[in-house]
Write a protein that binds this ligand. Structure first.
Ligand code: DMJ
Length: 639
């Protein structure tokens, strides 16, 4: 742009023309009118968006283009946020700055662009792995199909859904024995204690610090608050803690702010917040939970805007910028993270009538089906740019775990129609059985980890969910597999129980090993802690429901007693730093998953089977129940 400025030694333009003051004024008036006219004309040109990007402040443009194709109600793309320019064609939904007075052709053009384009790629600041420039030009397989006309207003038929359930949500308990009831009531009391202390000292923060009696915010949720509220909602409801449920609901209605601007884990926000909100909506029919879940779901969509459609692990919920974890090799995405979206995203499509969520996760599945699996195993790190594995580390514990869980649960949630998910699960389990399942010298069955062909004879606490998962899958397996898998599930659950039984506190360590003479015990100081994790009691709950062997209730009750003895402190429950001492020190953290999962699974262990029946519900990986599709979900995309 030419700048009119006075050069040294030269008279200015009007002076050089020999004009007097009134003439100068008229000249300047004419000049400014001319400029205004030219600038305004740019907006009437048919393809003016490129020019707008040149002239308008960056944030206004970014705001318009950050609305996802799912956008209808989200307030996420506030123009007050500082964002970089998108590098992809702008606009997924009709930009909010397209005024009703804009020429019709222009509005139609913008609408078409909105239908065709995914959400824009953003460049993340700092040294972390960034969204690559130009990436978004590659068409992810998940791009929305063209020419989808304006959707008819959509209303999910909640009453129809409730009628489709085969069991009452909270179930009936005719003629149960008094001991079972008393144990269940004890667990309910623990939940009330955990909630009351959180409410008193940390309401609105993410977790309670029960020793210092204050709140913890952390950095996993991108500025979102109240992780414990959202995680606790459905547990409070199921336990019939009515007053406490109302307190939690009121916080969601009045204080749960989605208009935040921070770096969140896509996975954690999905499993805890979206999972918790969806489950509570399905349980109660209260619209507030549905609308918050949908609004939050839309904010996650820009993370999928990569060449493959495999989302990156971290997203700024305000700007939509996304990037990979700094610790993940070569900018890779993590199997357990991008593989643990399927259940929630299908429900987001079901409730909104918008297929975009289902399309995103079906595309992840397509990419995974295309890529070659070493010996049939799924490594934990995948490049979102090339769609190839980055490292050959395989684990059914951390980094891999819930990917496998979501395969079998996707099939169950589809009312056993999603045969592709079932096949992926069966094939993966077969490879795991063949390469990773081992027996220790002392006869304990465990699942080892695999590093490029070398076995690491260790199991993490996280891997202990697999007993429950394998039992759940076995229940529905063909006859020859059924018994073998049921035995495998029981053996793994028993090994995990051993990791508890062999400690002084009767709580299990973060990881335990089967080498150097060790059997189901931690061998490193750094692995001796217990942070109120649920995986072992989760497996007890499934094994109880599927076998009714009383040992699982017995083992569950041992955990209750150990929690009371070692983790209960004056103002809540705390993790401990060493399970191998009877006087452990506390880590001062009441994790939100303790309320979402550990206490819920313990409670269900002492309930009748029809409370959150496995015939009606699947639990997401944070133990939030999502309904099985008995009524033919409209939005589900067929493989
Ligand atoms: C929970 O947030 C979920 O269960 C997740 O899948 C793994 N880890 C924690 C609890 O240990």
């Amino acid at each position: 742009m030419v700048v009119l400025r006075k050069l040294p030694g030269m008279p200015g333009w009007p002076a050089a023309l020999g004009l007097r003051l009134p003439q100068k004024f008229l000249f300047l008036l004419f000049l400014s009118g001319l400029l205004t006219l030219c600038f305004g004309a740019l907006f009437l040109l048919p393809d003016s968006s490129r020019f707008k990007r040149l002239f308008l402040p960056r944030r206004a443009t970014a705001s318009a283009s950050s609305s996802s194709s799912a956008s209808s109600s989200s307030a996420s793309s506030s123009s007050t946020r500082d964002t970089d320019l998108p590098r992809s064609p702008p606009a997924a939904a009709e930009p909010r700055h397209a005024s009703p007075a804009a020429p019709r052709r222009l509005r139609e053009k913008l609408r078409t662009a909105a239908r065709m384009a995914g959400p824009p790629a953003r460049t993340a600041p700092g040294s972390r792995q960034q969204v690559q420039g130009g990436e978004s030009r590659a068409q992810p397989a998940s791009a929305a199909p063209p020419a989808r006309e304006t959707r008819a207003p959509f209303r999910f038929d909640y009453e129809r859904f409730r009628r489709s359930l085969r069991h009452p949500v909270r179930g009936g308990r005719p003629g149960e024995d008094p001991e079972t009831r008393a144990r269940r009531m004890k667990i309910k009391e623990m939940m009330k204690f955990a909630w009351d202390n959180y409410k008193q000292y940390a309401l609105g923060k993410n977790e309670l610090r029960p020793l210092t009696k204050n709140g913890h915010i952390g950095n996993m949720f991108g500025g979102l608050r109240g992780a414990t509220v959202i995680d606790a909602l459905d547990t409070l409801y199921i336990m019939e803690l009515e007053e406490e449920f109302q307190e939690a609901k009121e916080w969601v209605e009045k204080s749960f702010d989605l208009n935040v601007n921070g770096e969140a884990s896509l996975f954690e926000v999905n499993i805890r917040y979206i999972g918790g909100l969806l489950a509570t909506y399905y349980l109660t029919g209260e619209e507030v939970f549905k609308s918050k879940a949908l609004e939050l779901g839309e904010k996650l969509l820009p993370a999928f805007n990569t060449p493959t459609g495999i989302p990156r692990g971290v997203i700024n919920l305000g700007s939509g910028m996304s990037w990979s974890w700094g610790w993940a090799s070569a900018g890779s995405s993590i199997l357990a993270e991008f593989g643990t979206l399927h259940l929630e995203f299908l429900h987001l499509s079901e409730l909104s009538g918008n297929p975009v969520f289902a399309e995103k996760v079906m595309n992840i599945r397509r990419v995974l089906n295309r890529v070659e699996k070493p010996q049939g195993l799924y490594p934990n790190f995948l490049s979102p740019v090339t769609g190839s594995w980055v490292q050959h580390h395989v684990s059914i514990g951390g980094l891999g775990d819930s990917f496998y869980e979501y395969l079998i649960k996707s099939w169950l949630m589809s009312d056993k129609k999603d045969s592709e998910a079932k096949k992926m699960y069966d094939d993966a389990l077969e490879a795991i059985e063949k390469h990773l399942v081992k027996k220790s010298a002392g006869g304990l069955t465990y699942i080892a980890e695999w590093r490029g062909g070398i076995l690491d004879h260790k199991m993490g606490h996280l891997a202990c969910f697999s007993g429950g998962m394998i039992a759940l899958g076995a229940e529905h397996a063909a006859e020859e597999r059924r018994q073998r898998h049921m035995e495998l599930a029981a053996e793994i659950t028993s090994t995990c129980h051993e990791s508890y039984a062999r400690s002084d506190t009767k709580l299990g360590p973060e990881a335990f090993r089967f080498d150097a003479g060790s059997e189901a015990m931690a061998t490193r100081l750094s692995e001796r802690y217990y942070i109120l994790r649920p995986e072992v009691v989760e497996s007890y709950m499934y094994l109880w429901r599927l076998t009714h062997d009383p040992k699982y209730r017995h083992w569950g009750w041992e955990v209750v007693k150990a929690l009371e003895k070692h983790c209960r402190v004056e103002a809540g429950f705390s993790g401990i730093r060493d399970v191998y001492t009877t006087t452990p020190t506390h880590d001062n953290m009441q994790q939100s998953f303790f309320l979402a999962e550990t206490l819920k699974y313990l409670y269900l262990l002492f309930c009748e089977d029809d409370v959150l029946s496995l015939e009606d519900w699947v639990f997401n990986t944070e133990a939030h129940p999502l309904p099985i599709n008995h009524t033919d979900f409209k939005a589900a995309v067929q493989p």
